[in-house]
Each structure stands twice: as C-alpha cells, then as structure tokens.
Design a protein around this ligand. Structure first.
Ligand SMILES: NC(=O)c1ccc[n+]([C@@H]2O[C@H](COP(=O)([O-])OP(=O)(O)OC[C@H]3O[C@@H](n4cnc5c(N)ncnc54)[C@H](O)[C@@H]3O)[C@@H](O)[C@H]2O)c1
Length: 442
C-alpha cells in the first residue's frame, strides 16, 4: 500500500525474487501510470524493472485494497509519514491505510500479515496501526492477523539497488508471533543479507536512530569544513583524514549545502519530538537541524564574496535543484533556501536541473513565490551568469570541462561549488575563479 518511492521499489524487489505483487494506492492516476508501465517518479533502473515485471505478469496495480488483500498473504504499508507542525510524524495516512487494511481483513477467512515499512517513531505501530486494524477488522493479533515492522533504508538515487541488497533487514515482531517471523524470514531469505529480529519498538527506533546519526555526521562534516576554510585548510582533505580512521569510516563525512530529502530533516525533527515526549532533551538532533539551516547561508556568503560583496543586479546560475543527484525529488532541497537568499539579496537567478525542474517550479509556487526561471538548456543558464552555484553534483555537470563551464559566463565567472563536484585545484589551475565549501578563497 502506497506506490511511491518505497512502495513501488519494494514491489519491484519482491518481483525480482519471483513473488507476485499488487501495488495499491489511493491516487487513481498513480495506479494508472504504474499499470501502463510509467513510474510516477524518476529513479534509476525502475522504469526497466517495471516494464519487465508487468510483462511477466508478476506485478499489477489497483486502488481496491480489499481485492489486493484477498489475493495476497502479506501487505507492506508504504504510505507517507510527513512532518506535523510539532515535528512529529503525521500518522494520518498510516492510520487510514491501517483502517482500510482492517476492513479488508474483516472479510478474510485466512490469516494476513501486515508489515509497516513507513518510517515512524516508537510506539506508532502498537498505539496507532494495531488498534486501527483491530477495530476495523474485529480481530485480535496475532490470532486474527499479524502486525510487524520492517523499516526501509533505501536511498533515493539508488533505491532499487539498495532494496535488492540492503545492508541489513530489520524485523520488528510482536511477542510470541512466530508465524509472522517465519513468514518474513522466509520472504527475505533469498536476499541473503544480515537480518536482525527485534521488538516493534526496537525496529522503529533503529530506523530513526540510523537516519539521525547519518544526518548528524553530515552536519558535523559541514562544521568542520566551514572551520577548515577559515584557516587555510582544505575541508574535504581534513574529512578524508578523519574518515580514514576505521572507527569512523569515510561515509557521510561530506560537507555541502546541507542535507535535504524526505528522510533526514524529517527524521531529526521526529526524533526531537519523540525525545521530548519521553522527557529527554534531544540535544544532538536539535544541533544537527540548526547546523543544517546555516549551510545555505554559507553558500550564499561564498557567492557574495565571489561577486565583490554585492549580489544586487548580478546574474546567478543555480545548477541542481533536486536534493541529491539521480532523483527528481525536491522535498526539503537546499536549492530552495539558496534560491530565496539569492533573490533576497537582489540577484537574478536562473535555474537548471536534469530531472527536477518542474518539481522545483511547483515547490517554489507552494512557497508563494513568483514563477522561477528554470531552463532546460545548461548553456542558456550559464550564458551571461556572473556566478554559477552547483547545488547538486549531477554527473552532467561533472562532465563539463572548465572552458565549457565558464566561457559563456560574464565576469567574474565565479563557480561556487556546494558539493565538491570538481577538483578545485584543477579548476583553479585552468584559470577558473573557483569557490567551494570547505575551501580557502581563491
Ligand atoms: N523516500 C525515501 O527515500 C524513503 C526511504 C526510507 C523510508 N521512507 C519512508 O517510507 C514512507 C513512504 O515514503 P515515500 O517516499 O515512498 O512516499 P511517497 O509520498 O513517494 O509515496 C507514498 C504513497 O502512499 C500513497 N498513499 C497515501 N495514503 C494511502 C492509503 N491510505 N492507501 C494507499 N496508498 C496511500 C500516496 O498516494 C503515495 O503514492 C515514508 O514513511 C518515508 O519516511 C522513505
């Protein structure tokens, strides 16, 4: 249930192992699109896998929950859990999905296993999903149905590859529900990955803690890189030196314009809200969120410095609107605060993204701002720009040589790289006025 990034990709991963999967969504256009072989979002390899599994008859899609439940043994709940005003996850979609599961289970004469993949804080499964299914079905778990938690760790941009080969599979099983455990262990056996079985709440907290620690690492890397640039050290080299310690590892020690996407900021906010509900102070997630709000301004500060201290009337190309490469997702993208800050300081901003242009237009519209100038052609965006900010490190940008990048730009032709897309020393040696996060000024 839920045919978004997680739902559709999970479906394709199970089809890959020969299972029959029915995708359910409440949006008829989404179901239609999937049925016709058109993925509702961009994600590498998904279009091909969707065509393959529709063709082989392993996959279908419907808006009819009862029909889907009647012909299957397990339902994965993959609906969205957006942020509420207080930072906690809004469980409205999950509660509604659980209720319609309960109604479908009420009419079944055999056991059904419901598995929550959506990200939630403890104790959402026990306090929201379980009662919703129980009340709507008139049955009790585990005798009448089973409930388990199986949080998802896939990353957008490599979602299908991650779903097929996750670092670990976490199963939160209710006390004494050996049948649910056996069914899920059997389902995941062909994946041949480390499998951890815990309580419902243990699984919920593993997901929340993993996301939050990754985000905290990024926030820390940003602070170190910001410090490095102020003392003539290369922040990326400093972080490489830190990450070579096997106790720390290199992953997520990458500085930039901050983290976005549907998981990190929302996960940290949910951890803060959950910690406070437990009387805990939530110091680390709060600090990481605060740090993340600083980074877009750090980038705009670099642009201002590159343009002699004043953005008024300057033309700035904003390259990369998605929150990361290889996705069209702009949820919480750092491109938005950078865009707003540039406008506030009087710059004219022309935007480009290989995939996320129309989603960014929609995002800016939702913010109540004027229609952004988003162009399809990279050359159009760079032409006459005084500075170009690289917000997302798309391969398309990486492949540009120094001349291609700056030859059509207007003086001072500054590149401000938020993601270390290029080798700064090569760029500077080629005569490019190159600024970057964690880099001393040129
Ligand atoms: N996107 C990621 O990278 C990622 C990674 C890991 C975990 N998650 C978690 O997985 C969950 C889903 O995320 P997503 O990015 O796939 O969301 P999404 O917004 O892309 O998709 C959610 C889908 O659920 C559908 N839906 C809502 N209510 C429904 C209902 N009652 N019945 C059937 N369908 C319903 C929506 O129409 C939508 O198509 C969230 O909790 C998220 O935190 C996301």
């Amino acid at each position: 249930m839920g045919t978004g990034y997680v739902g559709l990709v999970t479906a394709l991963a199970f089809c890959h192992h020969g299972h029959r999967v029915t995708c359910v969504d409440i949006i008829p256009e989404r179901v239609d699109s999937v049925s016709r072989g058109k993925a509702p979002f961009y994600e590498p390899d998904v279009a091909e896998a969707l065509a393959r599994h529709l063709g082989s008859g392993l996959l279908d899609a419907t808006t009819d929950t009862a029909k889907a439940v009647a012909s299957t043994e397990i339902t994965f709940l993959c609906v969205g859990t957006p942020s509420s005003a207080d930072g906690s996850y809004d469980l409205g979609h999950l509660g509604a999905a659980a209720r319609s599961m309960g109604e479908a289970i009420a009419g079944l004469d055999r056991h059904h296993l419901v598995v929550t993949k959506s990200t939630v804080t403890p104790t959402a499964n026990r306090s929201v999903v379980l009662p919703a299914i129980t009340n709507a079905s008139g049955k009790e778990a585990p005798a009448g149905f089973s409930l388990a938690s199986n949080p998802e760790f896939l990353r957008e941009g490599s979602a299908l590859a991650d779903a097929l080969a996750p670092d670990r599979i976490v199963l939160g099983i209710m006390e004494g529900d050996q049948a649910a455990r056996d069914l899920l262990e059997g389902l995941y056996a062909p994946f041949d990955r480390p499998l951890l079985v815990t309580s419902l709440e243990g699984a919920e907290l593993i997901k929340l803690a993993s996301n939050s620690l990754l985000a905290i690492k990024v926030a820390f890397a940003n602070e170190v890189a910001n410090l490095a640039s102020s003392v003539d050290a290369d922040g990326y080299q400093v972080l490489e030196g830190v990450g070579l310690d096997h106790r720390l590892g290199p992953h997520f020690l990458r500085a930039g314009a901050g983290f976005g996407g549907s998981c990190f900021p929302r996960g940290l906010r949910a951890l803060v809200a959950f910690s406070r509900s437990q009387g805990a102070p939530a110091l680390l997630p709060t600090a990481a969120l605060d740090q993340n709000e600083v980074q877009p301004a750090v980038m705009v500060d670099l642009v201002r410095k590159a343009l002699d201290g004043n953005l008024q009337g300057k033309r700035v190309a904003l390259l990369g609107l998605a929150f990361k490469p290889d996705t069209d997702d702009v949820r919480e993208t750092r491109a938005l605060p950078i865009y707003k800050l540039l406008l506030e300081e009087g710059a004219t901003v022309v935007c480009h993204d290989p995939r996320a242009g129309s989603n960014f237009v929609e995002l800016v519209r939702e913010e109540g701002l004027a229609h952004p100038d988003v162009r399809e052609g990279l050359d159009e965006v760079l032409r006459e720009a005084n500075a170009a900010v690289i917000q997302t490190e798309w391969e398309e940008y990486r492949l540009l040589g120094p001349a291609e990048l700056v030859s059509e730009m207007a003086p001072p032709r500054a590149i401000v790289d938020a993601r270390r897309t290029f080798d700064p020393y090569m760029m500077r040696a080629a005569g490019v006025t190159y600024w970057g996060v964690g880099l001393p000024p040129p």
